[in-house]
Design a protein around this ligand. Structure first.
Ligand SMILES: Cc1cc2nc3c(=O)[nH]c(=O)nc-3n(C[C@H](O)[C@H](O)[C@H](O)COP(=O)(O)OP(=O)(O)OC[C@H]3O[C@@H](n4cnc5c(N)ncnc54)[C@H](O)[C@@H]3O)c2cc1C
Length: 462
């Protein structure tokens, strides 16, 4: 049990790091204490939430059948069947990942690890006993946990977390969602699509903190069009039970408002999972609740790396994977010094929300470009003036592109139909440092949603 590289956590970041380290010839182990292996994305995050959203999206389309000259009757939401489909798919995804983890390319130790010193962890094995593991380098990839509720009363009334939504065969007739981040917005979309009564209460001035205000406003408008009661700029005041229902009291626009529903979903965010890891014993310093981080993925201990949700700053899967890979390559460089350490490149950072309408952003936001004093130009184009979007009856939202004065595309954003797919055209363009003129010159089939990018690109090229 002496390794070159010991990874704590076998989720997206940990598995990506293990695969990379093995390819580099490092003697590697992954320690994971979960009862079921697979990580958040597969078991309780991206994949289960998207299977539920797919059911909701299809139901929502059927409910709007008349708009397209069709009549659909006898529509029904069958919660246990939505859940059964999710369970079947997630079972398959998890089995595949469990196969990869257990394939013998690296050691897999089932148990919870904690540092006893900077080169040793002790693992409380799941089957019984403890195991001491020493390594030259380590990776913390322990993910995140649901943040504590900001009011004790929320615990007292028994709110759902996203885990409960993903495991419940019940689809409540009404739900209050606390939070305005990606998860809150996606679950608001889920319930609204199923025809449920949804109230979304966000503390900040807009949905999706850090996203450009025009995108967040278009998203809020789209959600309201679909019946979601969206409140921003609020302050939670209280929570109470009301018979079999739950009540949330909050301040908004100088008034106290009380809303009531069958269920309350606490989607106020997640925090790095560092509890019980013995970080102090390893000499790891924390900064604002996070393992103090370098772009090399090193913590304050140069041989101990961190990747994924536990490190941040962006809690999404493709960045967790990228950080895990960088950490593994840098671990090899720490073990055999010579080559300079690599830094995680966030130039193409992507963010997508599978709401209705969808929202996706790549590269720098308009706010970031302005804050950094970068000289840039911006062009936008609305879906309500785009042929394919009109044919589809999906006219909410717009796209926008930013380009440097030399023409290179610096970022792009989209709120509207299939935004999370459409954004990849800009990702590819940016990957090859294309200019707006080059993007505009690429042939686009007509009529497609994708050709919408050519309009802002042409404007910027002009
Ligand atoms: C509802 C929801 C929807 C989401 N949707 C998306 C999406 O659409 N797209 C997207 O990009 N991201 C999405 N995310 C975020 C995404 O799931 C996470 O960013 C990603 O899964 C984090 O991966 P990770 O490897 O950092 O952590 P995890 O996958 O959580 O892995 C951590 C692992 O560490 C193990 N562990 C923890 N502590 C210890 C210990 N002491 N010893 C041993 N093992 C330990 C755990 O058992 C776990 O297996 C979503 C999240 C949620 C909650």
């Amino acid at each position: 049990m002496n390794f070159d590289f010991a990874i704590i956590g076998g989720g997206s970041a940990g598995y990506a790091a293990a695969r990379t380290a093995v390819a580099l010839g490092l003697k590697t182990c992954v320690v994971d204490g979960a009862e079921v292996l697979g990580g958040l994305c597969i078991l309780r995050g991206c994949m289960p939430s998207k299977t539920l959203l797919e059911s909701s999206s299809r139901f929502s389309t059927l409910r709007r059948a008349q708009k397209f000259g069709l009549r659909a009757s006898g529509l029904e939401v069958i919660g246990p069947e939505i859940l059964a489909r999710k369970k079947r798919l997630i079972g398959e995804f998890a089995a595949y990942r469990q196969g990869q983890l257990g394939a013998g390319k690296f050691a897999l130790v089932r148990g919870n690890a904690r540092f006893t010193d900077a080169h040793t962890v002790e693992v409380d094995l799941r089957h019984c006993g403890t195991q001491r593991i020493t390594a030259k380098t380590f990776l913390l990839a322990t993910g995140s946990v649901v943040s504590d509720a900001p009011l004790a009363a929320l615990n007292a009334i028994g709110c759902w977390t996203t885990d409960d939504v993903l495991e419940s065969p019940d689809v409540p007739a009404s739900i209050i969602i606390l939070g305005g981040g990606a998860t809150a917005v996606e679950f608001a979309t889920y319930y609204a699509g199923l025809g449920r009564d949804v109230t979304l209460i966000q503390r900040g001035a807009q949905l999706l903190r850090g996203t450009d205000a025009d995108l967040a406003a278009a998203l809020a408008h789209g959600l309201r069009e679909r019946g979601v009661k969206v409140f921003v700029n609020t302050r939670l005041v209280g929570a109470e039970k009301a018979g079999g229902r739950k009540r949330i009291i909050f301040e908004h626009d100088g008034k106290q408002i009380t809303v009531e529903a069958e269920q309350v979903l606490q989607a106020l965010g997640r925090s790095p999972n560092t509890g019980g890891l013995g970080l102090a014993a390893a000499g790891i310093e924390m900064l604002h609740g996070r393992t103090a981080m370098q772009p090399t993925q090193q913590t304050s201990q140069p041989h101990i790396f961190a990747a994924g949700d536990v490190s941040g700053p962006y809690e999404v899967v493709h960045i967790a994977i990228q950080q895990g890979e960088v950490a593994a390559r840098n671990a090899a460089r720490v073990i055999a010094p010579g080559e300079a350490l690599e830094e995680t490149d966030l130039r193409l950072k992507l963010f997508a929300v599978f709401s209705d309408p969808e929202l996706a952003v790549v590269g720098q936001t308009e706010g970031e470009l302005r804050a950094s004093g970068t000289a840039f130009r911006v062009a936008t184009y609305p879906f309500n003036d785009h042929g394919k979007a009109l044919c589809m009856g999906e006219t909410d939202g717009f796209v926008k592109l930013f380009a440097a004065h030399g023409g290179e595309i610096l970022g792009g954003a989209c709120v509207g139909p299939h935004a999370a797919e459409l954004i990849h055209e800009v990702v590819v363009a940016m990957r090859f440092r294309a200019t707006a003129a080059q993007l505009a010159a690429i042939p686009h089939y007509h009529p497609t949603l994708s050709e919408i990018w050519t309009y802002p690109a042409e404007e910027l090229a002009g």
